[in-house]
Design a protein around this ligand. Structure first.
Ligand SMILES: CC(C)(COP(=O)(O)OP(=O)(O)OC[C@H]1O[C@@H](n2cnc3c(N)ncnc32)[C@H](O)[C@@H]1OP(=O)(O)O)[C@@H](O)C(=O)NCCC(=O)NCCS
Length: 165
């Protein structure tokens, strides 16, 4: 069994994170964007490692009692194995620890895997931003979760992943 861990992202992770970012998104963030995030006091990023290799990451901006999820991606060869669930749970635990009471995010209305992940993690649709994405004019759902700890517990118990916290 591979060793799966989550931990805060550090500068040494950037090469691998940028590789996954380019595999995951039509309009990837630049390396400068990601470096900026590491220096942004309002931002926190988590990575998931499999036997020491970064395979997923997720980020959030924290403003007072709100956490806004900015980014989440899993290496293509590792999708569908629960890694998205784990790195998102780590991010949400981080938010709870920081005293955040609710989290928000935007997601393409056609992104079925991401919608499935967010629903599993307790996020609910709260609205639509019309033509939010510049590349194809796709709408975004705004999603919100104000029951963070309950959602983490439910998602992790479902997959019996608690032993790897
Ligand atoms: C979205 C993403 C992070 C999901 O990561 P993942 O590791 O595959 O997710 P998990 O394995 O933890 O699965 C989470 C849930 O989503 C479901 N799911 C995963 N892939 C799916 C797919 N292709 N279609 C439908 N549901 C899917 C799983 O069944 C699981 O639910 P379950 O446990 O009830 O069965 C991953 O697909 C990805 O990196 N996509 C590209 C980047 C992206 O779109 N990020 C989101 C931007 S808003």
């Amino acid at each position: 069994m591979p060793e799966i861990l989550t931990r805060p992202m550090c500068p040494d992770d950037l090469d691998r994170v940028m590789e996954i970012e380019h595999q995951a998104f039509a309009i990837p963030w630049t390396r400068a964007d990601m470096e900026g995030e590491l220096n942004n006091r309002a931002a926190r990023y988590q990575v998931l490692t499999e036997d020491g290799m970064v395979m997923a990451y997720a980020g959030t901006w924290f403003v007072i009692d709100e956490g806004h999820i900015t980014n989440i991606a899993v290496a293509p060869e590792c999708r569908g194995k629960g890694y998205g669930t784990r790195v998102m749970a780590a991010m949400m635990r981080n938010a709870v620890d920081l005293g955040v009471t609710y989290m928000t995010l935007e997601v393409r209305v056609g992104n079925a895997p991401a919608l499935a992940l967010y629903k599993k993690m307790g996020f609910k649709k709260a609205g639509v931003r019309k033509k939010y994405y510049e590349d194809n004019g796709e709408d975004a759902y705004i999603m919100v979760n104000d029951r963070l700890q309950l959602s983490i517990d439910r998602a992790m118990q479902e997959k019996k992943l608690l032993k790897n916290r």
